[in-house]
Structures are given as structure tokens and as C-alpha cells.
Design a protein around this ligand. Structure first.
Ligand SMILES: C[S@@+](CC[C@H](N)C(=O)[O-])C[C@H]1O[C@@H](n2cnc3c(N)ncnc32)[C@H](O)[C@@H]1O
Length: 287
């Protein structure tokens, strides 16, 4: 594994566990926490998917998607994992492309959707290099990504953002979730770098990556600022009807160093109580 891709270790290790295990409930008990941070000896795939259903419904409502007839639209989910949210997307959209850097997760995602969603609407897509989405430009109506871009290398998070802008159709919607800086990063960032250094050690790395405490420190691989994403949107040349930043109500002025006009419109900030204090969402409605 290259130095640059140490942040992928926990996904590769969890993907290996998912690959070895044929019981989907056991996979959720062993690896589910990497997706929704829940642990327990009696967790089931059904509980896991239910947590994804609730989040899909809540975010679709918060981002105004309930005003659209999504049954006629296609969606790309970047970082689908083993399909926690994907099943719900297959019930709400006409077609779903589930993309992930881990091929074993995508196989599990297909099984999850076969049990809890509408698998005939699903296509899986391997993001083999961590940053390229193998879809034609302007080919999907909606792009969604949740708790994924914080786990990539910083450059990959930005390239995946550009990929989202490339593949979304005119009139489409982009919904991307990022992690930004919080005061605790003074401690968290060095601790995370130390864990990622341990992951690179072939002897102990995979064992450390199965430890929840260590993984939670090491996987927060990057922070992405609002201004750098806004600059990317502006540079993409894509016109927007609406450019929104959703953040926890306790955060303010995330847009302060962004360009005043992005994609031909003035970006706006909106409070979202369910958003983690360290997260923000980019919502774009394209012209
Ligand atoms: C915390 S999980 C979230 C999965 C899903 N969004 C959910 O909420 O259940 C992060 C996912 O991002 C995937 N991932 C990490 N880096 C990626 C990259 N560069 N490209 C695509 N997927 C990536 C991981 O394999 C993992 O499935």
C-alpha cells in the first residue's frame, strides 16, 4: 500500500472481514461500526439498514429532495460501503450507482440491497484509484456522499468533488458531506497521524485497524474547507441555481473566505441541527 493510501487500511481490513463471512448479521456485528459507529452482540443487517433508511429520509427532507419526483431520477452514491443507505436509495430513485473504493464492500452492498431494497435498480462501481468515477459526464441526476470524503486523502476528496461536478446533469443536484476543523483537532490530528503510521506497519497494522478506538482516530484523514470547495465549484464552469452550505447551528460564517459568487449565484449558509459540529454539507442545484 502506498504511503499516501494508509487511510484506506480500515476499509480494506473491514472489507476482508466482510469477504470472509457469509452471515450478513455477523458482518454487521464485526464491521458495522465503521459505517454507523454502532456496536452490539445482537445487531442485525435489518437494524443496520434501518439506521441508513432514517438518515436517507432525514437528509432528503432537509435538502429539499422531497419536493422532487425522485422516482424518475438516477443517483450516484460515492462511498456506499455495504449498502447501509443504498437500499433506501433504491426505493426512492429510478436507478442507483453505488461507488466505493473497496470491491468487497460493493459485493456486500449488492447483497444488502437484494435483501432490503430493489436490486434490479442497482449498479456498483469500483473507485479503484480512490478518485475517479467511471461514468460519462452529465450522466446522473443526483450525486450524494456521506461520511466518506473525510476518510480520503485530501487530494482525493477534492478530485471526487470535481468528479461529482463532472457527472451531474444540468438541472441536477449534488449533496456532499465534508469534515472541517474543530478546536479538538489540536489533539485529534496528531493522534490520527500516529495511528495511520501504525497502519503502515505490515506486522501490526491490520490488527490495529480492527481496533475501534484506533480506527476512529486514524480514519479522520482530512479536513476540507468551504472556501477550497467553493473555488473548485467556481472553476468547474458549472452554472448553479442554488449553492448552499448546511452546518450545525453552533457554527457560523463558514462562507467568510469564499468567493461572493459561485456558479453564477450567491452561496448561502443554512443551519442543520442534525449535522455534526465538525461536518458541513455542500448542496448544489445546477442550472
Ligand atoms: C464511514 S463509511 C460510510 C459509508 C456510507 N456512506 C454509510 O453512511 O454507511 C466510508 C466509506 O467510504 C469508502 N471510501 C473511503 N475512501 C474512498 C474513496 N477514496 N473513494 C470511494 N469510497 C471511499 C469506504 O470504503 C467506506 O465504505
Amino acid at each position: 500500500m502506498s504511503r499516501r493510501r494508509a487511510q484506506l487500511t480500515p476499509w480494506r481490513v473491514a472489507g476482508g472481514v466482510a469477504d470472509e463471512n457469509t452471515n450478513p448479521d455477523a458482518v454487521v456485528r464485526e464491521t458495522g461500526w465503521v459505517f454507523n459507529n454502532e456496536i452490539g452482540d445482537d445487531l442485525t443487517l435489518g437494524d443496520f439498514v434501518m439506521s441508513g433508511n432514517k438518515e436517507v429520509n432525514a437528509y432528503m427532507r432537509a435538502f429539499g429532495m422531497n419536493d422532487l419526483d425522485t422516482n424518475s431520477l438516477s443517483i450516484l452514491e460515492i462511498g456506499s460501503g455495504i449498502g447501509r443507505m443504498t437500499s433506501r436509495f433504491t426505493r426512492r430513485f429510478a436507478s442507483v450507482v453505488a461507488a466505493d473504493v473497496d470491491a468487497a464492500f460493493l459485493e456486500r452492498c449488492r447483497e444488502t440491497v437484494a435483501r432490503h431494497g430493489e436490486v434490479e435498480k442497482l449498479r456498483t462501481l469500483h473507485v479503484a484509484d480512490g478518485h475517479s468515477i467511471n461514468l460519462p459526464e452529465e450522466s446522473v441526476d443526483v450525486v450524494f456522499s456521506y461520511i466518506t470524503l473525510q476518510h480520503c486523502a485530501h487530494a482525493d476528496a477534492l478530485r471526487l468533488t470535481s468528479e461529482a461536478l463532472r457527472v451531474v446533469k444540468p438541472g441536477g443536484t449534488v449533496m456532499l458531506n465534508y469534515r472541517t476543523w474543530v478546536p479538538a483537532d489540536v489533539m485529534l490530528q496528531p493522534a490520527g497521524a500516529a495511528v495511520r503510521a501504525l497502519w503502515k506497519n505490515r506486522a501490526i497494522g491490520p490488527r490495529v485497524a480492527r481496533q475501534r478506538w484506533a480506527t476512529r482516530l486514524g480514519w479522520q484523514a482530512n479536513r476540507v474547507g468551504v472556501a477550497e470547495v467553493m473555488a473548485l465549484v467556481a472553476a468547474s464552469g458549472r452554472g448553479c441555481r442554488e449553492v448552499l452550505v448546511f452546518r450545525n447551528p453552533s457554527r457560523r460564517n463558514l462562507l467568510s473566505s469564499s468567493p461572493a459568487v459561485v456558479g453564477g449565484t450567491r452561496p448561502e449558509e443554512r443551519p442543520l441541527p442534525r449535522a455534526n459540529k465538525s461536518h458541513w454539507w455542500l448542496i448544489l442545484r445546477l442550472s
